[in-house]
Structure formats: C-alpha cells, structure tokens
Design a protein around this ligand. Sequence first.
Ligand SMILES: Nc1ncnc2c1ncn2[C@@H]1O[C@H](COP(=O)(O)OP(=O)(O)O)[C@@H](O)[C@H]1O
Ligand SMILES: [Mg+2]
Length: 365
Amino acid sequence: MQPSTDAFVQFDRVQKSYDGQTLVVKDLNLSIPKGEFLTMLGPSGSGKTTCLMMLAGFETATNGEIRLQGRNINDVPPHKRGIGMVFQNYALFPHMSVAENLSFPLEVRKMGQAEREAKVKRALDMVQMGAFANRRPAQLSGGQQQRIALARALVFEPELVLMDEPLGALDKQLREHMQFEIKHIADNLGITVVYVTHDQTEALTMSDRVAVFNDGRIQQLAPPDELYEAPVNSFVAQFIGENNTMTGVVTAMERDRCVVRLDSGDEIDAMPVNVSRVGERTKVSIRPERVEFNRARFQPGAHTLRARVEEFIYMGDIFRTRLSVAGNDDFVIKTRNAPDQTRLQPGQEIEIGWLPQDCRALDAA
Ligand SMILES: Nc1ncnc2c1ncn2[C@@H]1O[C@H](COP(=O)(O)OP(=O)(O)O)[C@@H](O)[C@H]1O
Ligand SMILES: [Mg+2]
C-alpha cells in the first residue's frame, strides 16, 4: 500500500511475533483518517490488543511500519506519541483524588497550575463528573471510575485516543449508556479513536468503520451496515449478527447469480460472493429477518422452500420462529409483529420465501 497523505494513522504491512515463530498479526494494512471512530472487532486471541499496543508504543512491530500523520513512529517512545489511552481495568491511582489523577498527566507535561486546573475541570465536566473532583477512586462506582479514566485520557487533549475493551467490566445498561457517551464526546471533540472490543453490538453501535479480525488478519473492513448486509466471507457472516446457513455445491454460475444444490437435494438461487466455479462447495447464508412465511408478503421473484415449524416464540415486537428447512432444523426467522401477521404452531408445514439476492454463497469453511 502506498503511504496515503490523508491517513492519520497507518499500519503498513505490519507483522508481530512474540516468540520469533508464530505471527499473531500477519499482514496488517490499515489507514485511518483523522476524526474516524475505527473499531477492531474479533474473537479473543485474534490480535486486537497487540495492534493497539504497537500503535501506543508498548510493543514493537516485528515487520512493517506504523505511521502517525505520515511520520514513522516505530522508534518513538509511548509518552512522546501524544496518544490518550483507556483500558478495561481503569488503572487510576488509588491514593490520589480524582482531580489529582487527572492533573498528573499534565504535571508530567510541565503545565502550570492555573492551566492544569482549568483543563481538569473541563475534562471532568465533559464526563459529567464535575462534582466528584475530591473523591478517591475507591469512593466511586465502576461506571464512575470508567468515566474518570476516560477524562484522564482526554485531559491533555490528544488527537488520538485508544480504547481496549473499556466497558467490559460494566453491566449491560451502563455499558450501553457509555457507548453513546463515548461516541458523542469523540464526535464533539473531533478526535480519532481506535477502539477494541469483542462485542459486535458495541462495534456496530459506535463505529464509523469496523475492522473484523480473525487469526491475526483483517477479514473485512467496512462501515457497520455494509458489514452486516454484505459480509465477504463465512467468518464475518457468522461473527456479525445471526445467520442461517446451509451447505451444498455450486451447479451453475453467472456473474451475479449462481445455483446451489443443497445437501438436502433442494436447488436454490444465490448471490455468488466468494465462490467462483461450478463444483465448488459453498455455505449459503441468509439473515433471519430476510425470510418471510406469510405468502401475502412474498416479494415478486421470491424463492420458496417447504419448512416445518419447530418452535414459535412471541417476543413482543417480533416473532422468532425456528424451522426445519432443507435438513437444517435450526433455521431461524424473525418477522415483525403486525396486525396481519399470522402466528404459527409447532408441527405446522409452511412455505417460506426470500429474495435470491439476500442469499449469499460464501466459502464452505
Ligand atoms: N505479551 C505476550 N507474549 C506472548 N504472546 C502474547 C502476548 N500478548 C498476546 N499474546 C498472544 O498473541 C495472540 C493475540 O493476542 P491479543 O493481541 O491479546 O488478542 P486479542 O486482544 O484479540 O484477544 C494470542 O495468541 C496471545 O496469546
Ligand atoms: Mg485483547
């Protein structure tokens, strides 16, 4: 990849090995423009924290180059990179008050007292913790401590902030609240954020773009909607959201349509995504909300298959139905609760329909 001038952060062919043998980051190319909220999402052990640590300067890349505003920072020590950081374990100094915790990074930067006090106040107000300046960390709840950790990362007004699973220790409600708060603060300040999480909902909610990691490689880099609607391989399709899959063999192939003979013998049309030839094994993938069971609602051109109802769950806003379809007895569909929508009974034989373009033929892996 050419060094691009508008990239704020750039990983250029970065590799990392801790033991000199296995690469835990394999060939990372990633350009992050200024002001972007970029999330690294992936299962545990996929290399996310390692990437963040290399960017922060706490780990060195085995190969490749990391650039900040076009400048190679491989040999710049962490404290000279001007990067704010927030971790899951807040790492606040327990013997210092909240205000002293925030003041510390400014003292390190040799800032005068009046300016320090103004900046500390501003950072505390930003996270709505102005009234807690004199408390000790132990006198705060988990959520409040995480707010202070965030304020401390922002207090010296960095242009780049790195966050590694910062909300992992919080309960669901507080986590969701903080997701919006962090996103709003980042947007308001115009800072660039590189955020690490294994939580797909968090990634989809907060990010401008998401880099999906698996096994030390970026599998797909895309905005949340594209990631969900158009996964490029089986890993991403399975990792993001819920998906129904059925395996089979490609029996006909055109540019934007292929025919797949499922292992059950049924033939269906699908959109070829990463299959390329007749005879290839494939896993077709279709989202639960793209399948309809009410004939009156079938779209023109919908593909239909016979199905047997295994379970019907009323969930208020939606109905969740588990079906047996083409040998898959864990085929889930979600339909919106509407006045004309019928409710199904286990054992009922029905027909389901979907549009061929919503059915993606992916690698069989
Ligand atoms: N300091 C380290 N020394 C040796 N191996 C490490 C170290 N840190 C991480 N690893 C290994 O590198 C791989 C990627 O880890 P990590 O970057 O922490 O992944 P993630 O943050 O996605 O869970 C894992 O196999 C992990 O065991
Ligand atoms: Mg990690």
